[in-house]
Write a protein that binds this ligand. Structure first.
Ligand code: NAD
Length: 291
């Protein structure tokens, strides 16, 4: 992999710092995004060049870090990026996409002579900057093994899950657990406050006790109680992930007796906020008026 060229499409909250990690690890990268201002900013900041169809044949690994499956498919298949690659090149979709669609995409790309991995990430913007993301890989294990230097440039733990689509399935389930955990943590904090326990004190209790979670440790004081609501992960992207988890459960005929309430509540709240709302704003949204 050393000396390989990486094409990177999707220079948002996650894609931009992931590109910086790849450059730091010594890879040559070429970048693209629907927003030309983001392309210019990354090219200036990292001294890299734009990815264009003219140079796409130089790409060994094409990474997508885009909002959802529909956009990934549009970019690769309709916009012609897959067709512009050299046969034998690898497409790695690191977005949080839909597992069944990813399986189909893998087959479509393979029929075009390309390899495919799904490699969604967990850890948020902070770990994207540090290069310590958890990366959940689906696809052929041999391809994953060859791609380890690229993945290790961005990740702290690289977990091979299974065939194409498995990484995306695991990611959706992880976020289902994370979102439900966030909501019960937030509800506990509001109950505590009404009883006279400060949310700061209650967070300390959780962090010293069995209710500790990623939310209590890394989100409550940092982004909720501080009022910054600036984790960098949008409430709508989490809503999309919960929809993926719900569809996945339906596809295997598992009813989600407890969790479906959380998914419904999240979806309801998402309809109340604009597209840029951070997912930590759930703290504010669940702070119900007292009669
Ligand atoms: P973002 O909205 O900040 O960035 C998405 C980028 O994709 C933007 O730069 C946008 O211009 C670009 N884009 C959209 N449509 C495009 C198109 N048709 N062609 C080219 N570029 C296009 O999103 P993000 O927070 O970076 O998330 C990206 C993916 O990673 C999502 O699937 C998300 O669910 C997942 N994710 C996000 C986080 C997080 O903390 N933000 C953590 C883990 C996983």
């Amino acid at each position: 992999m050393a000396g390989k060229t990486i094409g990177f499409i999707g220079l948002g909250m996650m894609g931009a710092p992931m590109c910086a990690c790849l450059v730091k690890a010594g890879f040559r990268i070429l970048v693209a995004d629907a927003d030309p201002a983001r392309v210019s900013a990354i090219c200036d900041d990292l001294s890299v060049s734009p990815l264009t169809k003219d140079v796409a044949g130089e790409v060994d690994v094409l990474i997508t870090m885009l909002p959802n499956s529909k956009i990934v498919e549009t970019v690769l298949l309709e916009n012609g990026w897959a067709a512009a690659l050299r046969k034998g090149s690898l497409v790695v979709d690191m977005s949080s996409s839909e597992p069944v669609r990813s399986r189909d995409l893998a087959a479509t790309l393979e029929a075009q002579g390309l390899e495919y991995l799904d490699a969604p990430v967990s850890g948020g913007v902070k770990r994207a900057r540090e290069g310590t993301l958890a990366i959940l890989v689906g696809g052929k294990e041999t391809v994953k093994a060859e791609t380890m230097p690229v993945l290790e440039a961005m990740g702290g733990s690289i977990l091979f899950i299974g065939p194409a689509g498995s990484g995306h399935a695991a990611k959706a389930l992880n976020n289902f657990v994370s979102a439900c955990g966030l909501m019960v943590t937030v509800e506990a904090l509001h109950v505590a406050q009404r009883f006279g326990i400060s949310p700061e004190a209650m967070t300390d209790v959780l962090n010293a006790s069995s209710g500790k979670s990623n939310t209590s440790e890394n989100k409550v004081k940092q982004f909720m109680l501080s009022g910054t609501f600036g984790s960098g992960f949008s409430l709508h992207l989490m809503d999309k992930d919960l929809g993926i988890a719900r569809a996945l459960a339906q596809s295997v005929d598992y009813p989600l007796t407890f969790g479906r309430n959380g998914i419904d509540l999240w979806h309801e709240q998402a309809s109340e906020v604009g597209p840029t709302a951070d997912h930590t704003e759930m703290y504010r949204l669940l702070e119900q008026e007292q009669d």
